[in-house]
Design a protein around this ligand. Sequence first.
Ligand SMILES: C[S@@+](CC[C@H](N)C(=O)[O-])C[C@H]1O[C@@H](n2cnc3c(N)ncnc32)[C@H](O)[C@@H]1O
Length: 297
Amino acid sequence: MATKTRCHTSMRLGYEQRARGFRKLLIESLSVPKEKHSILPQGFQRIGHIVILNLRPGISGMARDIAGTVLESYPYVKTVCLNQGISGELRKPAIRYLAGEKRTETTHREGGCTFRFDVTRVMLSKGNLSERARLPGLVRPGETIVDMFAGIGYFSIPIARHARPGRVHAIEKNPVAFSYLRQNIALNSVQGTVAPMLGDCRDVLMGSVADRVVMGYLPKTHHYLPAAFRMLKHRGGTIHYHDTFHESELWDRPLDMLKNQAFRAGYVLKTVGHKSVVKEYSPGIYHVVIDAEFAGQ
Ligand SMILES: C[S@@+](CC[C@H](N)C(=O)[O-])C[C@H]1O[C@@H](n2cnc3c(N)ncnc32)[C@H](O)[C@@H]1O
């Protein structure tokens, strides 16, 4: 099993995965039966003024009480919501409002970037926090980037702010996410660098322009590899390939898949600069990322 990528500590700002003493606080504030102590949450995700709770099934009945304790104990939190999963091609979150102000649109600051969005309408992957921090450091001045699944600008905006790309083409299919993407481009003053495009990345007529293609999407990301190769420069470039694989498939299957798809598209896999597990996606299934460099055949 590969080791997880380590989070850049300064990028943890928007998150408190383990709020110190949170479980103890809940035990002291609420009358929780002893047998449930071990399944109480140890922390929460914070996005702007909003806390999102992930609760195990055995304590979901206590959601409102836990939300009340959060509001009383952390004055910077104004709204508490419950995470009930994520679904569909457009990765729509199922987030239920629980307590506090009924404002689910927020401004989230992370790694020197500002992201405005509604947590009930658009997702922000906490697993990708380290990836959002890592990518700008790889981009060389003047590169053309294609972000195939741009969302609200999770990757495009940090790249535009912290690296010196020539152009970042940010493609997004969901009109709601696209509208936030445009707002975030303006909020972060990167209008001159990031070009937003509304549409399906498989249908966009872009030409072979990219030095680097970012594929920040799950699951079945391999279905989009032919489109990624169509956007890569003929001489080659790098694809940041996210996908899900069973533990037993790491790393032979993803690497074989990349080699085969590259061959079909007229490229060869030159080097794998980085490969790591981003998070456990479901039991035994891992979200992985591979930085693969290809050359034209
Ligand atoms: C949810 S984001 C991935 C998470 C993000 N990288 C992060 O760090 O939080 C994936 C985005 O891809 C968009 N998307 C899905 N299929 C697409 C397609 N075929 N073309 C373009 N965008 C697509 C979704 O609407 C969504 O906004």
